[in-house]
Design a protein around this ligand. Sequence first.
Ligand code: GLA
Length: 756
Amino acid sequence: MIQEEKGYFVLSTDNSSYIFRVLGTGHLDNVYYGKRLDDLTGIERLSTSGNLFLATIPYYDEEHQNLFPEIIRSEYPTPLKGDARESALEIEGKRGIESLTLLYDSYRIFKGKDFSFPAFANADEKTETLEIKLKDELLPIEVLLRYTVYEEEDVILRSATIINSTDSAIKLRNAASLSLDLPYDDFNLLTYSGAWGRERQEERRKLLSGIVVNDSKLGVTSNEHSPLVFLERELTGEVYGFNLIYSGNHRETVEVSPFGKTRVITGINPWLFEWKMQSGESFNTPEAIMTYGEKIEDASLSFHHFTNKYIIRGEWQYRERPVLINSWEAVYFNLEEEKLLALAEKASELGFELFVLDDGWFGSRRNDRRGLGDWYVSPEVFPDGLGSFSEKIHSMGLMFGLWMEPEMVNPDSELYRKHPDWVIEIPGRKAALTRHQAVLDITREDVRDYLYSSLEAVISSANVDYIKWDMNRTITDLFSSNPSCHSNGELQHRYVLGLYELAGRFTERFPEILFEGCASGGNRYDLGMLSFMPQIWTSDNTDLYQRMTIEAGTLRGFPQSAMGAHVSASPGHQSLRTSLIENRFDVAAFGSLGYELDLTKLSELDQEAIRNEIAFYKKYRKIFQFGDFRPLSSSDPELVFWSVTDGKTTIVMEFIKRMLPNTGKCDRLIIPFLSSDKHYRITNRRIIIPKEFFGDLWPQWNKEENEVFECVVSGDILSKAGILLPPRFMGNGLQSSISPVSDNGTRMYIIEEAQD
Ligand code: GLA
């Protein structure tokens, strides 16, 4: 709900209020963002702007000696008018950076949403938007600020449009999507950083005076710093969450001022950015989202609900995602039709639903040094074409999926030789390469047309149900031969716009196909891609221990349905760590499940385990993919508990990082969100543990399965005190009541309402 009263704008969601007002001078001043307020009597007492004295700080003008831009809680700050914090907007005019004062002009409130950046959040009849028009007090430059309120999801979507009504061209140097000033400075900042193979590791730091920058300069969202950030108050544990619907260079600055305030700005990274705006032109920023929650789990759930409902769209929205087998780690580039069919045959026998043909099926691509860009089916691999192969897969009862990497080219390819100017490289300079490949200049329409027509022909020639859209390097050597790209400063944003145009063409042409984004694993894991493709490959690293932290970080901001999660071989191809397939499954089950290993080489017992895992996953798939995910707390740092629930059935995974013997205690499971007035039956998932796991101790255990656990407990106990799980093996006493589990071991518990 959005209301305007006496110059106050009040935006309400089910659990939060966002309030700002217009000062007498026309400045916007944020008043409150936090737990929902219903009675606003005395709201004037919430803002100090215009009432304070500050020493040696510039005031607005002689008539407003108490109005200090430095402490106004601005909604879209500009530089050089006394606010020395980071600004949301920087415009270069004839004399360089302009000093701007944006003042209120007018507002509109309307149902739904009437603005669309190419990657965007949907709206519906429940959604309302407030648009505020600001004008500079001197130059004819206008800014439209938009706030779309998603009540049930506790999310507010923000964006801005900059309009150049001057009579000459200007240059945009910075145009943020969202700026928010909070009146506190007791925050911890949570960020999600890493690199290939260790994406989105949660880092928590206490904020002190000054600026923290979280950004990407790689041309993609990057695995180095996700645009997802949270601010958590030390005093109360309350959380503010932010994310950006964009897939290129982004920047989040968080600034603690000397005057007890914290400013968050998110948007396109102003680093090397510039955008020429002719007279009369406007520029739309990407959209950003923010949420408020009493604790981080609430903020995460708000982002999950919002993403499933308003970001993910099309035929696969809320549709259960198929269990897939991917050929990459099974055979890498050694593609032979017979071998692939044997893999598919085995997959079909074990209960799989989708076979994905990964890299290597096209042009001269027999290894990663050549062929990228030549999008025709290789007759060497598929002499009868892809149509015939896909029919063979379908005849086994499996759907058929295909990998592609449209944005890339190997210098050793027909495409590169024919169109060297289609590549982002600087003429006369040696360009940097990654994995022997260069980036195509998809700011150019002719490049996009080629990619669309060649790949559309391949896809139409076969019966394709799924596409993995990969992107295996970042952007360097800025130069475009595209004349409408005015400068290198425009190139990276134009690249993202080109990407969205191309992705939109494919997803509109093939609405029934399930698309999965990918960029060397999770190098472009963002809401922008998710608005085109319902899921993204999370990381190339499928090691269960490392996956646990990667998935935990990812799930802070993105729902399980969007998180591609695979079980692969042991020892792991990224870690050389050995583990049980049942434990690897437990970690992967919290996303959209797949397997990526040679099924034909597995022992009978591992095959049996996979058959059981897939059957179990299918039974609870809706809960795993679309239920409410919450990590549960544990006082033992060696334990991790994850839960998913649909309100009736809850599934909990326990992950034991390191086994410590002789602790004298059992692991305690507390599920705080269960109802005190119900009873629950708890059972554990029965798993297969091969004899070799026990080594010399085998004679003592003597069965290839885990412990049996079953009990009925009141919700009162379970939600407050918790229950003790079976004692773990601790050096002796391998009996049936003991849980034989070791490092990186897992157990899955199913909690269902018990009929008394
Ligand atoms: C990237 C992807 C992998 C796989 C390979 C194929 O690394 O992340 O999943 O598709 O490319 O080359």
